[in-house]
Design a protein around this ligand. Structure first.
Ligand code: 5IU
Length: 265
């Protein structure tokens, strides 16, 4: 199964240039940690990214929670990403018809398509969600962007069922737009089998448990070895630590060791 293959091998299966790039980045930088930078001030995100940059393969943003968003912030974030060699994932969770998604992606205040290497999207509206994302990009830009499709959520009581999961897998792997799909956001290895896609899994914390708004956590070892995560997303496990840099290093070590043990013959 795909979970026994190394990231180097998986890169050769990738149809989307960004998943290929990310697999290769993970293998060379030796990290499968994605940091969820859920902070409300631009400078706090930049400081966090600078401190944790050496330990992560990807920084995940929610650009609509930033109170002082500016073009300057994006310029600086791109500089930090280049300095520390990580990709930027805007966790926008697009969910509308293609025509609207196309505008939400490329236009408005945030112009997400101009800076986010990767974005997330729900599959609720079907294939047109991927077509909508691609619609506003020229041929060159299409090769430098990708989407992670949601097939499961970590929230307690979420409405996604087996059929929805299967249909999401089909959108991610079949048809002419699968080349724009970098991976799947999900909680288990059964979500998809194709080794060229990346499994992104949130709800990761060294201290397992729940928060008071329905979030459910598993340990780094559990998500990688039992749930099939290729990349673990960690937010508050790092953000609320006394020393964020140390915490990022610890999560990186534990997620990476779990991956090495998973692929070991
Ligand atoms: N996130 C989830 N669960 C999901 C999806 C996304 O937690 O099913 I899809 C996001 C939300 C938050 C981050 O930005 O991942 C997790 O942050 P914490 O580690 O602080 O819970």
């Amino acid at each position: 199964s795909r979970t026994k293959l190394t990231y180097e091998t998986r890169a050769n299966f990738a149809k989307n240039p960004l998943s290929k790039r990310l697999f290769t980045l993970m293998a060379t930088k030796k990290t499968n940690l994605c940091l969820a930078a859920d902070l409300n001030k631009a400078d706090d995100i930049l400081e966090l990214a600078n401190k944790c940059g050496p330990y992560i393969c990807m920084l995940k943003t929610h650009v609509d929670i930033i109170e002082d968003f500016s073009e300057g912030f994006i310029t600086n974030l791109k500089t930090v990403a280049k300095r520390h060699n990580f990709l930027i994932l805007e966790d926008r969770k697009f969910a509308d018809i293609g025509n609207t998604v196309s505008q939400q992606y490329g236009k408005g205040m945030y112009k997400i398509a101009s800076w986010a290497n990767l974005v997330t999207a729900h599959t609720l509206s079907g294939r047109s969600i991927v077509q909508g994302l691609k619609a506003g990009l020229d041929d060159n830009a299409k090769k430098q962007r990708g989407v992670f499709l949601l097939a499961e959520m970590s929230a307690k009581g979420n409405l996604i069922d087996e059929k929805y999961k299967e249909s999401s897998n089909k959108i991610a792997t079949e048809g002419g737009d699968a080349d724009f799909v970098s991976g799947v956001v999900c909680q288990s290895s059964t979500c998809f089998g194709f080794p060229g896609l990346i499994q992104l899994t949130p709800g990761v914390k060294i201290d397992e448990g729940v928060d008071n708004l329905g979030q459910q956590y598993e340990t780094p070892e559990h998500v990688v070895k039992e749930r099939g995560a290729d990349i673990g997303i960690v937010g508050r496990g790092i953000l609320q630590a006394a020393n964020v840099e140390k915490a990022a290093a610890t999560y990186r070590d534990r997620l990476w060791t779990a991956y090495l043990e998973r692929v070991a013959k």
